[in-house]
Ligand binder design. Structure first.
Ligand code: ZN
Length: 623
């Protein structure tokens, strides 16, 4: 592996990232177990409600959140729930919800793999030997049962998720049968590489089409890491490179401006009105965190930031009490819409609520920000430190027996400068690797007040030296605006890791107030526009900096909200009266440049992640 993630708790969020994680802990993540039956009364915790993926999903996100924030109340909540699972483990190694007679009633192995993935995070943070012993006992039971009942359904399509706890337990215990289990999961699991070599993956699922396992968008987001994780067993180059190959195919046939791909709920083509499920967003991020660690690829880390700073925050209300199931790149309104154009999702999939469409995202959304924060810094193979993704944070680790603290102060991605301070009590030599994104032409670094050195975009720049006292590394990643042609030749505006969208006035209307568990603050809401959204953009495509001016604003208390946007883009455009809602959504954009006799208006663009309603792919205006 190129990089090794630091133990959970080694990284602490600062600045806007700290505020964002606090918002999350004060929102649904910190309270879901208090009122939502599928977690509060889960069979995993000895209750009567759901006994499959939902409680483990919640733990998979709330565990890293508790330790990143070092929040005592949240850590105690997590400890109690983990203890309940471990205490209910049976002598045969199975956890509470697993059927006593698994010959008469088979159990889909997916939730078992998921629960172990959550539990090893707890062990990583706390070092509780009882939890590691429980995971190891359970994995032994999994190994034994797979000969009689091979992986099926979700377990077969998510087999590689099991490699995460299996590798973790192997690193802790060295038990050779764990590698046998890893090979068995690999053998019995679905072959994504074969599927991505066929034409089927290239075609969008039709409206109200057929739901399939292999084009399921959450399975797709998870599978990005399948090849790199398998590579640790096989050492085949094709496995290591599969994440990049898979993303290239997804970009070409289903890619969205956010770096994600559509899937509502199966892969749905490149149109900006198709949906992308929240579960797929957080799973793609986690996949990229692991795939970037294994491969050391700058491109995968660039992609991680693009999804984290755009698709992730956009699909939550700014207070993180409500979320969408499906977000759209061009999202003119969010209403219960029976005339919708999804492939297989339901009419309420894009409203903001407690459990729109289906409750998987309600359970699984929690891992997005915390796992991102936990993977910002990683250890290199040669005892150094790498900054894999950028956000305000601090990392503490031991290098050659010496304590090292590295602090990153920045308002990135809303600003292009970063100040890294490396602090050591005793001089110690090690490399610090800083990622230079592929878009960062003209990037520079200054070390300890020295002159600026220019950096090569698309590389990790290696600063190897003897660090002594406090050394400041000042990094500048210039963000140049670009106008990119997308679906039907529409234009999307990008600058650095951020995609920009039209700021649209919005009216939130509470619905479903009489439905169970919708007491505020966890209600359901429709959102409608109060200002026009149907603009064509006046942009000089060869040099968009001539038509769009960016201005910094203070990064808000809610960093990802329309009012809290830390940067805005000022541009001009004309309304297109014929561009209207169709099927309740922004109509399709014609591939030809738009003509309009409407007056030229000043428009404000804000980061995609700050919007709730938006237009991101714009018709080009004929001048
Ligand atoms: Zn979901």
């Amino acid at each position: 592996m190129a990089f090794c993630p630091l133990p959970l708790g080694s990284i602490r969020p600062l600045g806007w990232l700290q505020r964002q994680l606090r918002i999350q802990a004060d929102g649904l993540t910190g309270h879901l177990d208090e009122f939502w039956p599928d977690v509060a009364d889960s069979q995993w915790f000895g209750g009567k409600a759901e006994g499959w993926e939902r409680a483990p999903y919640w733990l998979d996100g709330v565990i890293p959140l508790a330790f990143l924030l070092d929040d005592d109340a949240l850590k105690e909540k997590v400890r109690r729930r983990v203890t309940q699972i471990v205490a209910a483990q049976r002598p045969d190694g199975w956890y509470g919800p697993y059927p006593a007679d698994d010959r008469a009633r088979t159990y889909d192995m997916w939730s078992i793999l998921l629960a172990n993935k959550a539990l090893v995070q707890y062990h990583d943070a706390v070092g509780d030997a009882g939890v590691l012993a429980a995971v190891t006992r359970n994995l032994r039971a999994v190994l034994d049962v797979l000969d009689r009942t091979p992986l099926f359904r979700w377990g077969a399509f998510r087999w590689f998720e099991g490699l995460v706890p299996v590798y973790y337990a192997y690193q802790c215990t060295g038990e050779p049968w764990l590698l046998e289990l890893a090979r068995k999961l690999h053998e019995q699991g679905f072959d994504y590489q074969a599927f991505y070599a066929c034409d089927d993956v290239t075609s969008p699922t039709p409206r109200r089409g057929r739901w399939t396992w292999e084009k399921h968008v959450v399975n797709t987001g998870m599978a990005i890491k399948s090849g790199p994780l398998a590579w640790r067993l096989t050492r085949r180059d094709a496995d290591r490179e599969f994440a990049a190959r898979m993303l290239a195919i997804l970009d070409r046939y289903h890619g969205q401006a956010t770096g994600m791909f559509s899937g509502d709920e199966c892969l749905a083509g490149r149109s900006p009105t198709q949906g992308t499920e929240l579960c797929a967003v957080v799973e793609a991020m986690y996949s990229l965190e692991l795939a970037a660690a294994i491969t050391g690829s700058v491109a995968l880390a660039d992609r991680l930031e693009r999804i984290a700073f755009n698709a992730l925050p956009a699909t939550f209300a700014p207070d993180m009490w409500s979320h969408q199931y499906d977000q759209q790149v061009n999202q003119a309104q969010c209403t219960v819409n029976p005339d919708h154009m999804w492939t297989t999702n339901g009419p309420d999939a894009n409203i903001f609520g407690l459990e729109p469409n289906f409750g998987c995202c309600t359970a699984n959304m929690h891992q997005g920000w915390p796992k991102f924060a936990a993977h910002l810094w990683m250890r290199t193979a040669d005892e150094g430190l790498a900054v894999v993704a950028y956000a305000p944070s601090e990392a503490r680790l031991t290098v050659k027996g010496q304590p090292v603290r590295a602090t990153l102060e920045t308002d990135y991605p809303f600003r292009e400068t970063m100040r890294i301070t490396v602090s050591v009590p005793q001089p110690v030599r090690f490399p610090l690797l800083v990622r230079v994104p592929a878009w960062a032409d003209g990037a520079t670094v200054q070390v300890d007040g020295g002159g600026p050195q220019s950096l090569q975009p698309g590389t990790f720049h290696r600063l190897e030296r003897e660090w002594a006292g406090d050394v400041v590394v000042a990094l500048r990643l210039p963000m140049r605006v670009s106008a990119r042609r997308r679906y039907n030749q529409a234009l999307a505006i990008e600058r650095g890791p951020l995609v920009y969208s039209l700021k649209v006035g919005e009216e939130w209307k509470r619905i479903n107030a009489d439905k169970p568990h919708r007491e505020l603050p966890h209600g359901d809401f429709e959102v409608r526009p109060t200002t026009a959204w149907n603009y064509a953009l006046l942009a000089d495509e060869s040099d968009p900096s001539r038509s769009i001016r960016f201005e910094d604003r203070p990064v808000g208390a809610q960093p990802f909200s329309p009012a809290g946007a830390g940067v805005v883009g000022l541009v001009q455009g004309r309304r297109l009266p014929n561009w209207k809602l169709e099927h309740g959504w922004a109509g399709e954009i014609a591939p030809e440049p738009a003509a309009s006799s409407e007056p030229l208006e000043d428009l404000t663009l804000i980061p995609y992640g700050c919007t709730n309603l938006r237009v991101t792919e714009f018709p080009r205006l004929k001048t």
